[in-house]
Design a protein around this ligand. Structure first.
Ligand SMILES: Cc1cc2nc3c(=O)[nH]c(=O)nc-3n(C[C@H](O)[C@H](O)[C@H](O)COP(=O)(O)O)c2cc1C
Length: 221
């Protein structure tokens, strides 16, 4: 865990209400200590069995950003932003990382005996070998992605999430192993263009039910 966190950050409720997908960036750099803290905090995201099946690539080099832009439907923000993060998921990481996770839990005192470790391992193996690991790793990694995006905004940074890219080209350009998934890009920096007007969201009543699917939720005031 970080020793002393920056306290000059914007509250999360304000961020969630005001965040927009940024249309264009200035070239101003992100202070190194902010970038480091942002990454360390985002990596505190929760995951099933604490297996953390995500892998990130920070792209800051001009030429690499130009190449990434070409693989990302020529979206200018990829080249403009000081930092673009390629967010990958590793569906099979559990096959090697289970022991690493158990050792970490032991080191932190979260697991204190071998029986508990062994039963957790058996339960994880049973579950993870019975499900679609790509879907599993995607679910987990999008939590990390969301945490990263919102945290960046709390530091006064602007973000642009992107799914418009060729996964195969991005993999080839950045030497990403074949069995990994490239889920999204996140451009981070300082907005250089006005946000597009807020496009709204569907009504809560269209999306949230009470107790049973489709049953209206009524708030007693
Ligand atoms: C996972 C994800 C992928 C996205 N991909 C792109 C993209 O490739 N290009 C783009 O211009 N916007 C992209 N967007 C931005 C969305 O269009 C935008 O978030 C949505 O219209 C709502 O607007 P808002 O974020 O400003 O409220 C993406 C957003 C998310 C969450």
């Amino acid at each position: 865990m970080m020793e002393a966190l920056s306290t000059e950050v914007l509250p999360l409720n304000v961020i969630v209400a005001q965040r927009r997908a940024t249309q264009g960036f200035r070239s101003d750099p992100i202070p190194t200590h902010v970038l480091k803290e942002l990454l360390e905090l985002s990596l505190l995201a929760p995951s099933g069995y604490n297996l953390q099946p995500w892998r990130l690539i920070l792209v800051q080099d001009k030429d690499n950003k130009r190449r990434l832009r070409e693989a990302a439907m020529n979206q200018a923000k990829v080249e403009e932003a000081p930092v673009v993060i390629i967010v990958c998921a590793h569906p099979n990481s559990w096959t090697t990382d289970l022991d690493k996770m158990l050792a970490l839990s032991k080191a932190h005192g979260a697991i204190t005996d071998d029986d508990t470790a062994q039963s957790l391992k058996s339960s994880a193996e049973k579950y993870l070998s019975s499900i679609d690991n790509k879907l599993w790793a995607t679910k987990q990694t999008m939590i990390l992605f969301t945490q990263l995006m919102l945290l960046a905004e709390t530091y006064g940074l602007d973000t642009a999430p992107m799914e418009g890219f060729s996964e195969s080209k991005v993999k080839e350009l950045f030497s990403i192993p074949e069995d990994h998934l490239v889920l999204a890009l996140l451009a981070i920096g300082y907005a250089g263009k006005d946000d597009k007007p807020f496009a709204g969201r569907f009504d809560l009543s269209d999306l949230v039910s009470s107790e049973n699917f489709g049953q209206p939720l009524v708030f007693e005031e």
